[in-house]
Design a protein. Structure first.
Length: 61
């Protein structure tokens, strides 16, 4: 199974919260239904791999 969690385009936690927080600062921060670890990169200890790979990141619009 892939470790990449692809966006499903639901906008129920990212875009909606972002737009609403522009007008109401009490709204909680951005979240993601598919990736609950969003914006938690600072709390997770990441280390360099011993087997690096080259990958392509595609942006679908």
């Amino acid at each position: 199974m892939s470790q990449i969690r692809y966006c499903i385009g639901c906008n129920q936690g990212c875009y909606d919260y972002f737009c609403n927080s522009l007008y109401d600062p009490s709204i909680k921060p951005i979240t993601c239904i598919r990736n609950p670890g969003l914006l938690e990169e600072a709390t997770v200890s990441l280390s360099m791999t011993s087997h690096p790979k080259k990958v392509n990141v595609l942006r679908c619009v």
